[in-house]
Design a protein around this ligand. Structure first.
Ligand SMILES: [Zn+2]
Length: 191
């Protein structure tokens, strides 16, 4: 129940099940506007270059200081693929080619859907951009699994590394479960 005020008139809301609905919604006490809360979409791209994987180190919470597959919230007016390409440009200052869908991951505990693409560097220029302190190419054997920020990135990368051995890539839809301690840490980071 994160919404406290009406986004139309600024008055307080109450959380009640509207008539004909089956879930509590934020309803304005003044203008009766109902604010619906829906999952957010995050677009990401696993980037390969000459057999290595490009990762960025996060400077922002949650999980600042951890390595991550470049990813970010989708903006209005863009598509999933262009969102992923934009995030890569912003965070890793890199341009991509051959970008294609890799997986869709539901993170029900965080009300997020992550759309993962895979792609290759268009040229070998990259560096730390927004929200990023370091960018490196890792061989599959050197990927710092214990220093990766989020289970979704680990799950996607593990499948990628497995499939890159044959070059036979699949597209999967999976649910990601975050263990309790990590979820607590992420929520603390965000406060
Ligand atoms: Zn209102």
């Amino acid at each position: 129940m994160s919404i406290q005020f009406c986004n139309q008139c600024g008055h307080e809301v109450v959380h009640r099940i509207p008539e004909g609905d089956d879930k509590p919604r934020a309803i304005c006490t003044q203008c009766f506007h109902i604010q619906y809360e829906n999952p957010k979409i995050v677009n990401a791209c696993i980037i390969e270059h000459q057999g290595k994987i490009l990762l960025g180190k996060r400077t922002i919470q949650p999980r600042a200081g951890f390595w991550n597959v470049p990813a970010g919230f989708m903006e209005n007016g863009e598509a999933t693929r262009s969102g992923a390409i934009r995030e890569v440009k912003e965070e890793l200052l890199a341009d991509l080619k051959n970008v294609t869908l890799f997986g869709v991951y539901n993170i029900i505990q965080r009300n997020q859907v992550h759309v993962y693409f895979r792609g290759e560097l268009a040229h070998d220029h990259f560096g730390p951009g927004a929200e990023t302190s370091d960018v490196r190419l890792f061989t599959p054997a050197d990927i710092p699994w214990d220093e990766l920020a989020f289970p979704v990135g680990i799950t996607a990368l593990q499948r990628y590394v497995k499939e890159m051995k044959t070059g036979d890539f699949s597209i999967k839809e999976e649910d990601i479960i975050i263990d309790y301690d990590l979820l607590k840490q992420i929520n603390q980071d965000m406060q």
